[in-house]
Design a protein around this ligand. Structure first.
Ligand SMILES: [Zn+2]
Length: 266
């Protein structure tokens, strides 16, 4: 009898464990790229993990609180998650910015917005070459943007549209993905080189939507996911995340926020 009771106690204890794990997983879905270490340990101990959904710890945001704001302490991470919640340090500038050899909407001018981080620039060149082979002529429009430049844009928008409206249209300095040097706005002659929603309906926008993941890019602000990304639909804005993540994100039709909801640390 004594033996029976102790087996029962162990069973109850295990059931309690599983219940806690489930509670933890469901209760901590935070769309943020951060992950409590304990949660990662629990999920990896539970079942063999899907290689698509495991990531090195270095690819998760490390967040520090600076003046009440959540600031990213590892901004060089290729999978850095920058949005309205997580911002970059004001003095962050990538060290490996280069000018990709692609056509630009503004011609050959050597200006800040033509730059991208090296790995993203190489991938952009490959993507533009592949598009050209399919008869699609793409033009890069805006890549890296410094904190100072974002500040100038934001202040200009406040003058134009007022403070409340400004933060809906222009990212607050530090919270623009363009400061990572991993995002490029892309356009075409068919929309007069504008960054407009109609680009998404053009063959150039369609080609990018269907093929960008093959080169490590994702459509960062898709239609219908505005409440998750915090941004309006932007068919022109592509973000480099590397091929492993871009394939998974494309396959599941996720945003970068949703991707981080599903992956766990290796
Ligand atoms: Zn953009």
């Amino acid at each position: 009898m004594k033996k029976y009771v102790s087996i029962l106690a162990v069973t109850v204890l295990l059931a309690g464990c599983d219940w806690n794990v489930l509670q933890g997983k469901n209760g901590n879905s935070t769309s943020n790229g951060e992950q409590p270490a304990s949660q990662a340990d629990q999920s990896s101990g539970q079942k063999p993990s899907d290689p698509d959904l495991t990531l090195e710890a270095a690819h998760f945001n490390e967040i520090v609180e600076v003046k009440g704001k959540k600031e990213i302490a590892n901004p060089d991470n290729m999978l850095v998650l920058v949005n309205k919640i997580y911002g970059l340090p004001g003095d962050y500038e990538p060290e490996d910015l280069v000018r990709p050899k692609v056509a630009f909407a503004f011609g050959d001018q050597d200006i800040e917005k033509s730059y991208l981080r090296k790995e993203a620039a190489n991938a952009l060149e490959q993507m533009f070459q592949a598009a050209a082979k399919d008869g699609i002529q793409l033009y890069a429009s805006s890549g890296y943007r410094s904190y100072g430049r974002q500040q100038a844009l934001f202040e200009n928008e406040i003058v134009q549209a007022g403070e409340e409206k400004a933060s809906e249209v222009v990212a607050i300095p530090g919270n623009s993905e363009h400061q990572t040097g991993l995002a490029m706005d892309i356009t075409s002659e068919s929309v007069q080189f504008a960054l407009s929603e109609e680009f998404g309906d053009m063959e150039e926008g369609q080609w990018l939507k269907n093929n960008a993941h093959l080169y490590g890019f994702i459509l960062r602000y898709p239609k219908g996911k505005e409440n998750i990304t915090g941004f309006s639909y932007e068919p022109w804005h592509f973000r480099y995340v590397g091929k492993k993540a871009s394939e998974v994100i494309f396959k599941h039709n996720w945003t970068l926020e949703e991707y981080f909801d599903h992956v766990s640390k290796m």
